[in-house]
Write a protein that binds this ligand. Structure first.
Ligand code: MN
Length: 254
């Protein structure tokens, strides 16, 4: 099996290294990742500058671009044959609920999905101090082994969050739907050294819809959360209502 591995925390991130080492036990792993932390880059592509890949001593390919750029470059140019699987992560921090639309980790996996490949975004739901990347990497390796035994549909994209616990303390798996956060808290206002007012974007809002069945709930209970994602954001049950609504709008006579 050949796996394309990327992330949004950058090519030097510990989560990327841990996952590379674990997946290398069972597959050929090609790493193409951003040169720096591009967390919350969402699905952005770099259109106003060229992409410059560079190979590091450890064989990882670094790109001065976004997570989506990295996977796009790898799948269109860098790899002669498409990989069997695209994986992003392990992200330093959870990607739950609304986070998936901001997440560069999910975006990197989505790019694989857009190329018709099974794709998995992986994130460690970290607490302060704990960083069980090896435990999370082992969980992901076991999920990849499961995809070898029972291949994922090419249309399948998974968002996997892993509780930050030693392997023995993880309770199991829950297949979940996305929960929802409250509105983000306000920005943090500061003065820069030149006396100008600047604003830092603050932490995401606390969980709102986080009951049983959600990704938040699974993580809080010590389970690995697996959410199947789709990229079609159409609100199908609003189509007929909207058709009626727009039917009452008259085109103005020219
Ligand atoms: Mn990140």
């Amino acid at each position: 099996m050949r796996i394309l591995l990327s992330n949004d925390d950058g090519v030097y991130a510990p989560g990327l290294k841990a996952l590379y080492e674990e997946l290398s036990k069972i597959a050929e792993v090609i790493v193409v990742a951003p040169d720096r932390d591009r967390s919350a880059a969402g699905k952005s592509l770099t259109l106003n500058a060229p992409l410059r890949p560079r190979i590091l001593d450890n064989g990882f390919c670094l790109v001065e671009g976004t997570p989506t750029d990295c996977v796009h470059l790898a799948l269109t140019q860098w790899l002669k044959d498409l990989p069997d699987l695209v994986i992003a992560g392990i992200n330093a921090g959870a990607n739950l609920g609304d986070d998936v639309l901001y997440s560069g980790t999910v975006a990197a996996a989505t790019e694989g999905h857009f190329f018709g490949l099974p794709a998995i975004a992986t994130s460690l739901a970290m607490h302060k101090g704990d960083k069980n990347y090896e435990s999370a990497a082992r969980i992901i390796r076991e999920l990849v082994e499961q995809t070898m035994a029972r291949p994922l549909d090419k249309e399948t994209m998974l968002n996997v969050n892993i509780p930050d616990l030693p392997y023995e303390e993880i309770k199991g798996y829950q297949v979940t739907h996305l929960g929802q956060r409250h509105r983000a808290e306000g920005m943090i206002e500061m003065q820069d050294p030149r006396g100008n007012t600047v604003f830092w974007i603050g932490p995401p809002g606390p969980e709102q819809k986080a009951g049983p069945g959600t990704d938040f709930y699974a993580i809080n209970e010590g389970y690995v959360s697996i959410t199947p994602l789709q990229m079609d954001l159409t609100k199908y049950n609003a189509i007929s209502q909207m058709a009626d609504w727009v039917g009452h709008v008259k085109l103005k006579a020219v």
